[in-house]
Every structure is written in C-alpha cells, then in structure tokens.
Design a protein around this ligand. Structure first.
Ligand code: PLP
Length: 399
C-alpha cells in the first residue's frame, strides 16, 4: 500500500526534533553531527539566533501580500544582492528549479526581444543538475531523471564536462547561451577550473551568448567566497541561486544584468509566493551574517583545516579513498569502486553523522558554514570510523 507521502524519496529511518548549530537531536535526545546541512541549505546551521529572531519578528507583522504591491524586504534583498554581485536586478523564487526556469526563460526572451527568437537553445554539461521541473531535468540531461516523463523539453545541448572545444563546436545559429554550475554538486563535486570559466565567458562574448551560472548549491559563501564565480575574475549574465540564501526557508533568486534581463518586461513572468516578506526577511538575515566582516575568511580557514584533515583521512584509507575534491565547505570524498559511497553514508549515520551522496561514488560534505574546530575534529573521527568499518565489512564479504 502506498504511504501517505508519495514514495519518491529513499529516506533514512531517522527523524529529528530540534537542531542547534551543526548538531541535530532526535526526540530521544540523541545528538547527530550535521555535515549535510539539509543539502547545503542550512548555511548558518540550525536555530541560528539571528535567523530565529528575524523570522519571529516578521512572522508577528506580515507573512504574505503578493507581488501586486511593493515589498520593502524584497527591495532590500535585491539592492544588497545587486551591490554584492555582477547583477543589476533580481527575481525572487521559492526554489532552485524555479530560479533556473526564470534563467532559461530570460535567456530565450533576451534573444527574442532582439528579433532573434530562433536563438533559444542552451549548452549544458554532462553531470549537471539543475532541478526537477520539466525544463530543469532536460537541462540536466540525466537519463535517470528524464526516463518516463515524455519527450524532454526542447532546447538543451549537452557536452562533456570541462570540454571547451566541445562547447565551441556545439554553438549553432540557435544557441542562446551556456548554462553551468561552477562546482557540480550532484554530479560529484567537480570544480570547473577558473580558466574554463574565463574561456566560457570569452566564448559567450565572441558569439553573443549569455553565460548563465547555476550557483544554487555553490553560492552564498559555500566555497569560501560569496559566489564561486568571483575568484575567477569573470561575471555571468544571469545566475540562479537558492539553497543557502534562505538558511532553511524556501527561497531562491535569479540575478541578471540589465541587458540580459531586458526582455523580461511587466507580465512576462511571475510567482505568487516568490519573495514574500517572510522569505525576504530571512534571506536578509542570512546576508547580515554572511556579508559581515571576516565571515567568509573564517569559512575559508575552517575549510582549509577540514580539507587538510581529509587529506590525512585519504592517507589512512588509500584502498578506499581515491581523491578529495571540491572547494571551500563543498567537499567530496571520491571512493574507489570497491567502496560504495552509500555504505559509507550508512556507516556515518550509525556513528551519528550526516553527509550526502553524490555522483561518481562521492561522499559529499556540506557542513553549515559556521562549523568550528571541534566539529571538524569530530567529523574526521567519525569518517575514519566509517571508512574502517566499511573496509572490514568488505574484507568479511570477500572472505
Ligand atoms: C538543488 C539544486 C537545484 C534545484 O534546487 P531545488 O530547490 O531543489 O529546486 C538546481 N541546481 C543545483 C546546482 C542544485 O544543487
């Protein structure tokens, strides 16, 4: 019999009652170390006092009014994100997939408004993940997400990861832009090198294409920079964000330059819930913390210590760990073929630690950005225990 919840998730038999910082507690008080952060969402951990007070204060005043009127909290969020990025304007959404939808529509509409409506296709990269709407699964191009859902939405041409020549060859008279995650999350913590981002920027400039970044997972401080594109010294035309910007409240945004957004006139796009006062009060509170002096520097410091610890973990388990990859606090432990990432994740759960799986047999670590040395030490200890347990189970299995 089907459960009251549509069974689309392979859930662990585990539930939590409350959280604080990087720790989660079950109803019986068992403490877990949270290196999943709700898949990079709880950027400031659980029950961050500043977020709790921003949410509570706004909840007592006004939740929702619709975009038929001005929303001061949304205006403030827009001004701050414009100030902190390449962007001139922003559309607020409730999720990452909706931010991607907005980006795709905007790119098509840009060319259409310049009398080049035939330019609607986007070049994407293998291993990509852009969400679960029909357009987003077509953009991601992964069979496991497309299967059985009818003809994929038109307009996406996928090339090999990191292959600038293939991207160049894929450009036709119908190409509108290039869509890429600066760090692939789902795809296995693959970092797009800065020189590749620069090459893509040049390619876009050369051909009049829009460069669209999906920073839904890697943005908002996750890499130790406000956004992952920034240290590469380039800027996109359009960028989708979500996850961390809400710190756990469902909110996303599509940021764009004035030029890229020029086709999106009144009535061309909308969202009933998008950017309501409650969501924007929380997103502004996240920015208060992430933009504060020294915050990102601290993220880079602790990320470096975690990464050094993971290098030690790899040295201790060379038969199980092939590689440590990723950027900042978006790190992946690439397991060798004989070690299944889901076995490691299960062994971690037994040791009261949460992490996330990713493609290419990677164990993904996405801790809250506020972790300290104790959290890192505990994580390394539990990872060591999990890899030891999985290795000895493997030996028993082989015997
Ligand atoms: C999570 C994610 C999405 C989709 O976001 P949803 O909020 O689940 O719709 C899109 N792109 C990337 C890179 C993501 O990590």
């Amino acid at each position: 019999m089907i459960s009251p919840l549509l069974p689309t998730y392979a859930r662990a038999d585990l539930a939590f009652e409350r959280g604080e910082g990087a720790r989660l507690y079950t109803a019986d008080g068992t403490e877990y170390l949270d290196f999943a952060a709700g898949i990079a969402v709880n950027a400031l951990g659980h029950a961050h006092p500043h977020l709790v007070s921003a949410l509570s204060e706004q909840a007592g005043k006004l939740w929702h009014v619709s975009n038929a009127v001005r929303i001061p909290q949304q205006e403030r969020l827009g001004e701050r994100l414009v100030e902190a990025t390449f962007a001139d304007t922003m559309f607020v959404t409730n999720s990452g997939a909706e931010a991607i939808e907005c980006a795709v529509k905007m790119a098509r509409r840009y060319h259409w408004s310049r009398d080049e409506g035939q330019r609607y296709r986007l070049i994407t990269f293998e291993g990509a993940f852009h969400g679960r709407t029909l357009a987003a699964i077509a953009a991601g191009g992964q069979d496991k997400y497309l299967e059985g859902f009818g003809p994929p939405t038109q307009g996406f041409d996928q090339v090999a990861f990191g292959d600038i020549e293939a991207a160049r060859d894929a450009i036709t008279a119908e190409t509108a832009g290039i869509l890429i995650e600066p760090v692939q999350g789902e795809g296995g913590l693959r970092v797009v090198p800065a020189r590749m981002l620069r090459a893509l920027r040049e390619l876009c400039d050369e051909h009049g294409l829009l460069l669209i970044l999906d920073e839904i997972q890697c943005g908002v401080g996750r890499t130790g920079h406000l956004f992952a594109y920034q240290p590469a010294g380039i800027s996109p035309d359009i960028m989708a964000i979500a996850k961390g910007i809400g710190g756990g409240f469902p909110v996303g945004a599509c940021l764009a330059t004035e030029q890229a957004a020029s086709g999106m006139t009144a009535g061309t796009h909308g969202s009933t819930f998008g950017g309501n006062p409650l969501a924007c009060a929380v997103a502004n509170a996240v920015l208060d913390v992430v933009l504060a002096d020294g915050f990102l520097e601290q993220v880079r410091d602790i990320a470096l210590r975690l990464r050094q610890g993971l290098a030690g973990l790899q040295d201790a388990h060379p038969d199980a760990i092939e590689d440590i990859r990723g950027e900042g606090l978006m790190l992946g432990i690439k397991c060798r073929d004989a070690t299944a990432n889901r076995d490691v994740l299960a062994a971690l759960r037994e040791r009261h630690m949460l992490a996330v799986g990713a493609g290419e047999n990677v164990v993904r670590l996405l801790p809250p950005l506020i972790i300290d040395d104790n959290d890192v030490a505990l994580a390394l200890e539990r990872l060591d225990g999990a890899f030891t347990a999985v290795a000895s189970a493997g030996l028993e299995g082989a015997a």
